[in-house]
Write a protein that binds this ligand. Structure first.
Ligand code: KG4
Ligand code: ZN
Length: 369
């Protein structure tokens, strides 16, 4: 089966052609156009502007995805599209385009929840341990050779614990099967990615903050600045990150001078460590509570190497053997491969004329379709 996926929930316009065989899910093409330069200029995403960029890019991006896949429209079995959550203007561009194409081409249309879509990047063929291998290669005296995490089965086997960490969401989800999941908890305020982005802004660093903070953190000392690890003592699986941003703001103000380059690096290390520590503690606590030995991480922040390394390290210290899946970095951030892949496993087509974008779709109060 071959699916054309379309993703336009925020500032990325993405289309991908993905093929499923009996054995694996293979990417035939993966095109992502981002209005990142514009967002960097304004320090974040401006919804109106993002929607306008989506309109400009959507047709060329779909054309390029089809062209690169070397498949014709006749070869496509179905269309899959993100219908929420996200920015309404951006979502509408993808949803209305997919509805139109579905009617003109006479192909089934499968709506996908963006949040669930992120998790499905872990089912894509070249997913297995990609980031871990990169980590291994970047360390000569690595203590993390691939066989130190031998509990990763391919593809991931249920039951699974899913940690979604993106710019808008931080959620823990228990998957019993495809389309059978339970929401365990999530952020009560800022998401992990949002916290990276807001802290970066306070430090005068560009958007998106996650990759920049992570890069500078490598040259910093996390011990220098203590930041609050909020809600780690609570027994539930909720997160809170807005206090961390406030603490960083206060710290910077209290320094009483223009922040130096070394202070920026040290603060970056502290911010990254704090966010990672909170995520890892709650995730491993949930895995223990529900007796789960397979964890899938997803979303833009899943591209963070420290998160993966810390999760791997701390899971090895726990008595239960835990396999940790993480997609390659380009499939952690928004893309359409994950949307098409989710559609293979959640193949519930709808009447195109009835599909509506839903900007506030969530994991806690909505099923996949
Ligand atoms: O999943 P995503 O591309 O978009 C949403 O659906 O929100 O996630 C974007 C978020 C941004 O907040 C960005 O700062 C963060 O992911 N991010 C990272 C890294 N790469 C992207 N955060 C930490 N470390 C990274 N390497
Ligand atoms: Zn996303």
């Amino acid at each position: 089966m071959i699916i054309l996926g379309i993703e336009t929930s925020c500032d990325e316009t993405a289309a991908a052609v993905v093929q499923s065989t009996d054995k694996s899910i293979n990417i035939l093409s993966n095109v992502v156009a981002s209005s990142l330069e514009l967002q960097s200029k304004y320090g974040g995403v401006i919804p109106e502007q993002a929607a306008r960029e989506q309109i400009k890019s959507i047709i060329p991006v779909i054309q390029e995805a089809l062209h690169k896949s070397q498949k014709s429209i006749e070869d496509i079995d179905a269309l899959a599209v993100t219908y929420g959550p996200g920015l309404i203007g951006s979502l509408l561009v993808g949803v209305e385009t997919a509805k139109t194409l579905s009617l003109i081409w006479n192909k089934p249309l499968i709506p996908i929840n963006h949040l669930l879509g992120h998790f499905y990047a872990n089912w894509v063929e070249h997913r297995a341990n990609t980031q871990q291998k990169a980590v291994d290669q970047s360390k000569n005296n690595s203590d993390m050779s691939t066989d130190t995490n031998p509990f990763v089965q391919s593809p991931p086997k249920f039951p699974l614990l899913g940690l979604l960490v993106s710019g808008g969401h931080s959620d823990l989800v228990l998957f019993r099967n495809h389309n059978d999941y339970e929401y365990l908890g999530g952020t009560r305020d800022d998401a992990a990615g949002e916290c990276f982005d807001k802290c970066a802004r306070i430090l005068g660093l560009p958007y998106p903050g996650g990759p920049v903070v992570s890069k500078l953190a490598k040259q910093g000392r996390a011990e220098r600045f203590k930041l609050p690890k909020l809600m780690t003592k609570d027994k539930d699986f909720d997160f809170s990150f807005s206090g961390l941003k406030t603490a960083v703001n206060l710290l910077v103000q209290n320094l009483g001078h223009k922040i130096t380059s070394q202070e920026t690096k040290d603060l970056c290390a502290s911010i990254e460590n704090t966010i990672v520590e909170v995520l890892v503690r709650k995730t491993l606590a949930a895995a223990k509570e529900y007796n789960i030995d397979q964890i899938i991480i997803a979303g833009g922040v899943a591209a963070n190497q420290t998160l993966y390394e810390t999760l791997l390290k701390q899971s090895k210290q726990s008595p239960s053997r835990v396999g940790i899946f993480v997609p390659p970095a380009n499939l952690c951030t928004d893309n359409a491969v994950m949307i098409a892949t989710a559609a293979f496993f959640n193949n519930f087509p709808v009447d195109p004329l009835k599909l509506q974008a839903n900007p506030s779709l969530s994991l806690s109060n909505n099923r996949l379709t």
